[in-house]
Ligand binder design. Sequence first.
Ligand SMILES: [Mg+2]
Length: 293
Amino acid sequence: MTTETDGKSNETHFIPGQPVEYVNPELTELEQAKPGRTVNLKFGFGPIPSNASNKTIFFFDIDNCLYPRSTRILEMMHDKIHEYFKNNLNLNDEDASKLHTDYYRTYGLALEGLVRNHQVDALDYNSKVDDALDLHAVLRYDKVLRETLLKVKKLGKFDYFWLITNAYKNHALRVISFLGIGDLFEGLTFCDYSKYPIICKPMRQYFDNVFQLTQLDCTDEAVLRKQWYIDDSELNVKAAFDLGVGHVILYIENEQDMANLKKHTDYKKYFAGNGRRIELLNNFSSLPDLVGP
Ligand SMILES: [Mg+2]
């Protein structure tokens, strides 16, 4: 066990490249006993050993990708952010909504606007927004998801499974433990809210950091072409595709979202061209078929 909690800030400390084990204190003993409830990341938050360079890695986004939107976690998160704007900036409902939307449009992350313009402590924000979400109430042990990921693993095409998220590490670890998939990944790259400026997807620096931590030589086209990545964000998958990642998948579960996507002027370029393109997946259980034999 290489992680510890200092009790005061509930911050998990870690040693670069060392395994990370996380036991979710919110789970009952019975819940904890199921496979995948304890998180075990062999290479922790990276870097992976330098003698394991240029492997074939499947990168997975977490939120709204490994669990469905019907959990309404996105809406729960919006409510918490709204409360945070109201309480910390002393705003009424209307002004809080306006500013939240404004920052989201300008910076891509509401948090970025808070840190930049109001000197908000990003880790305080994280403790009151992401870490305060009642995930236990909405995220069930997902046997079907677990079997789907195991099927993909058994295809034998991948050296490692790696999580990449715009959330902070606490949220990521909680989510995968609730879902019961904490033993299926070698590592995790998170958005480090303790650093400024905040580097998140779809920024180039975020992906560069991921490639560095997973020992992928991103100057070598052939290395990037053999990597796999799935995310529910159109912006993120386009960014990875533009960087040269070979197998990029947009997870899009909602039919209306799919219809809207098809109206975009760059739809053909990214999703329907001959040759290399972003694949679309509307049912996560079909992932093994998409990856192929
Ligand atoms: Mg997502």
